[in-house]
Design a protein around this ligand. Structure first.
Ligand SMILES: [Zn+2]
Length: 126
């Protein structure tokens, strides 16, 4: 039996409300975030939404100094790949952490970003 987990739109809507949601494959247990069409492990479409704690550590990051037009006023800012405690990684904007304090392994916590565009994932101090 196949069933949609949550759509990308629902994922971002929930994130803006402060709820970070992943999807878990009911067939093989694979966890994914953001939601994907098919399970990358078993190619089934049997997702169910699961709430995530939003805690993790910085796995890698980059400082954006020349930004796309929509974000030019924010530069410089950092984008980080964060390894969540549940074992999945998620890309997000770093907020409220000075750029010079950024480091691999730094503990961070999910923070919703409210904007008109789809940007919703932020990470701030743990
Ligand atoms: Zn699977």
């Amino acid at each position: 039996m196949t069933e949609p987990g949550i759509t990308l739109r629902q994922f971002f809507d929930r994130a803006r409300e402060g709820r970070l949601t992943g999807v878990r494959c009911r067939k093989c247990g694979e966890l994914a975030i953001p939601p994907k069409e098919l399970c990358p492990a078993c190619h089934e479409r049997a997702w169910e939404p699961v709430p995530l704690a939003g805690e993790g550590t910085i796995a890698s990051y980059t400082v954006i100094r020349v930004a796309p037009r929509a974000y030019a006023a924010d530069a410089p800012y950092a984008v980080a790949a964060v390894r969540l405690t549940e074992g999945v990684s998620l890309l997000g904007r770093v907020v409220d952490i000075p750029l010079e304090r950024l480091a691999i392994g730094l503990p961070v916590r999910f923070r919703p970003i409210i904007r008109d565009d789809q940007t919703a994932i932020g990470f701030g101090p743990a």
